[in-house]
Design a protein around this ligand. Structure first.
Ligand code: CA
Length: 712
């Protein structure tokens, strides 16, 4: 019965695609009504296809029976070799997407002919403020315009036909290390956008701008005002009533507390609410951040707000008193599920902390919370009475040098890679992650000094001091702690990615596929053709939704970490996905050009072979110029400023393969003088003097470069 209905719907959908016609101005504008009705469209009009963000396509031409004939329809190459995380959109025969460095593109969706591109010229040094590469996860379309958020905090309205900017607003304070990687959403004529930067130390908020003029309509801060003053913002009332008392004295007054909502913002037509997923605490260490006291609302939460005003309606905090970078920014999905004998209208989320939450969309009432990742061990379960995780003893490292090794680490049991829901099988497909991390406590919380523009975690030697403000003896204490830090039983980097087919009603996994490389798999798309699509390594693969059987695989030359989409035009169904190497973590490939790959049945296009640099050889330390720097001090600085971008699992140049540290002058020209600033490697002169820089070099050539697999 359910199948028959879906077939009828699918036939209708193809007809819609057939009638949508050529690229003309006659197409209906993409407005509130059309977006609310997106489920009946063969287009992919908003980030998660519909406002429910289920990433389920009702198209059936590509099915378990036909997928073996799926081939390349067209492809396009971008001018960036960083990670590509965007979900493209397709509307009325045009594909819109964004790439690394926040560049926007429009293509003819049938042929791949480039219609326009727009480069917002993000300054290279913005990369310093990113946690995980210079990503962009997509654009929004509304009333003839394309909305693009840039890494350096701008929101730009582009004319959808020409790509020319109509207006641009700076949504963040440029003197602070804010970034934007998320896709804007447009609801009721308002463009909603969040921000990132909690690792470095910023105060998160979500803003709504008028789509027509770019005027700020409302702003909701995720954390209280550190100065104790009103912000004259939508959040003022609930901050005073609820959130303020959940914070105690601590470094959040310098960092702003974090909570940055950098990904999920969804609108629900049924409850007329906007749901926002919020980020981790800043600094991570709860003892340093808030004296070890309080839940710190609204970190790591799902917030429900009114779309017109930003007024608070409800919240659910997944990780009270976050201590581990357990964000709840992950995708929020809206669905109607049969629970307890009736249909419940719910929001679902699989945040970093490893529990799959089902909440009543109207009230935020917790309906279920279960481990979708059985390897997670930081908490045994969620207390259904209080809604709080049952933490394992010892995970609250804090104000001394004690550490906690636990699963997941800061990468999370699920990160930004989108999940998908197939209403036919009732399964949510989660790109889950199995990773262990050792969180090291701070040797002395009083040593913490906020340093603007770099990481301030308050863990181990990260962010304990810096910027010439070191407390007396802090550097030596940090070095001693770093030396004494226990080596974790398992590597610091993750081990496995696991595709989990989660049944949210039975509250258990129906099937799962483990991969032995954490980095080498991507976001999900489910289709009414009975298929699930996912990038695995350099391949795009199709699995049966019911049991995860692999039916099709296509070698693309670069990894797809982004989620695929599907659309139909002239009765032809397409699958499109962004590929490229990066996104904070690397598959071990050299840098690869970003591409958009688009598939159809009987597609016979051939992409040009991926041309990439070959990995340079490991540094020959016999040629290194001797250094008089202090390798112990250099090691502290290296952990504080460098490892976040440079390590064998990062996409930025692996220093083991760099010639730069071998020469004193060359190293200074890059690290101190900023010779490579335009490419993203900015000068660290603000944080390190020339002697400090040489100490970092001493650490590299005397310790770090000796073992090609060294990680810190
Ligand atoms: Ca984070």
């Amino acid at each position: 019965m359910r199948n028959a209905i879906l077939k009828v719907v699918a036939a209708g959908v193809v007809a819609v695609g057939f009638m949508s016609g050529p690229l003309t101005s006659s197409a209906q504008p993409i407005d509130q009504a059309r977006l609310a009705d997106a489920d009946k469209s063969s287009d992919w009009l908003s980030h998660g296809r519909t406002w429910n963000e289920q990433r389920f396509s009702p198209l059936t031409q590509i099915s378990d029976r036909s997928v073996s004939k799926l081939g390349l329809a067209w492809w396009a190459e971008f001018d960036t070799d960083h990670g590509q995380e965007a979900t493209p959109l397709e509307a009325d025969g045009v594909v819109y997407t964004s790439t690394a460095w926040s560049k926007a593109y429009a293509f003819d969706a049938r042929t791949g002919r480039k219609l326009w591109s727009y480069d917002p010229q993000v300054p290279g040094r913005t990369q310093l403020a990113t946690c995980c590469d210079v990503n962009s996860r997509g654009v929004a379309i509304w009333m003839g315009r394309v909305y693009l958020a840039t890494l350096d905090g701008r929101l730009i309205a582009l004319d959808a036909k020409s790509g020319r900017p109509v207006w641009s607003v700076q949504t963040t304070d440029r003197s602070k290390p804010y970034t934007i990687t998320g896709a804007p959403r447009v609801v009721k004529g308002l463009v909603l956008i969040g921000n990132g930067g909690a690792e470095l130390g910023v105060r998160g908020y979500v803003s709504a701008y008028r789509a027509d003029t770019g005027k700020l309509a409302w702003r909701f801060y995720i954390t209280p005002n550190p100065m104790g003053q009103p912000d004259h913002a939508a959040s003022d009332k609930v901050m005073a009533a609820k959130a303020g008392a959940t914070w105690s004295d601590g470094a959040w007054k310098q960092t702003g507390g974090g909570g940055t909502p950098w990904d999920s913002i969804v609108y629900d037509t049924k409850t007329d609410l906007v749901f926002v997923g919020t980020g981790n605490g800043s600094p991570w260490n709860h003892t340093i951040r808030s004296g070890g006291k309080g839940d710190n609302l609204f970190l790591s939460s799902i917030l429900a707000l009114k779309p017109e005003t930003g007024e608070y309606v409800w919240h659910y905090q997944t990780t009270p008193g976050d201590n581990w970078d357990y964000t709840a920014t992950q995708q929020i999905m809206i669905a109607d599920l049969p629970i307890g004998g009736k249909t419940r209208h719910v929001v679902m989320q699989a945040p970093k902390n490893g529990f799959f939450y089902v909440l009543d969309a109207a009230t935020g009432q917790l309906l279920s919370a279960d481990k979708y990742a059985p390897w997670v061990n930081w908490a045994s379960g969620v207390d259904m009475k209080t809604g709080r995780p049952i933490e394992r003893t010892g995970v609250r490292y804090g104000g001394d040098a004690r550490s906690s090794t636990q699963n997941p680490g800061p990468l999370g049991a699920h990160n930004w890679k989108p999940m998908a829901f197939d209403p036919k099988t009732g399964l949510v497909f989660i790109p889950a992650q199995d990773n262990v991390f050792t969180y090291a406590g701070a040797p002395n919380p009083k040593d913490f000094r906020y340093s603007n523009g770099v990481w301030n975690l308050g863990t181990g030697v990260q962010g304990i001091a810096g910027n010439g403000q070191d407390a007396p003896g802090a550097l030596a204490r940090a070095a001693a702690v770093a030396a004494a830090q226990p080596k974790p039983a398992r590597p610091l980097t993750g081990e496995r990615a696991v595709l989990v087919a989660w049944d949210p009603i039975a509250r258990k996994a129906r099937w799962s596929i483990p991969r032995n490389n954490l980095w080498a798999s991507g976001g999900l798309l489910a289709t009414a053709g009975g298929l699930v699509f996912q990038g695995v390594g350099h391949d795009l693969k199709a699995f049966t939704a019911a049991d995860g059987k692999e039916l099709w695989s296509y070698e693309m030359g670069a990894p797809a970490i982004a989620a695929p989409i599907s659309y139909a035009l002239d009765g032809v169904q397409y699958i499109a996905v962004m590929i490229g190497n990066g996104g904070g973590t690397s598959t071990g490939d050299p840098r690869l050009p970003g591409r958009l790959m688009v598939f159809k049945i009987d597609g016979h296009a051939k992409a040009a072979p991926v041309t990439s640099e070959t990995l340079p050889p490991f540094s020959d330390l016999r040629t290194a110029e001797a250094s008089a720097g202090d390798p112990v001090v250099g090691g502290v600085f290296f952990r504080r400023y460098c490892t976040v971008c440079h390590s064998p699992t990062r996409v930025n140049p692996d220093l083991h393969r760099s010639r730069v540290p071998l020469s004193k002058d060359l190293f200074k020209s890059v690290v101190y003088d900023g010779a490579l600033q335009d490419g993203g490697m900015a000068s660290f002169a603000q944080y390190l003097n020339v002697n400090d820089v040489e100490s970092v070099r001493a650490f590299l050539i005397k310790v770090y470069l000796k073992n090609p697999a060294t990680r810190y």
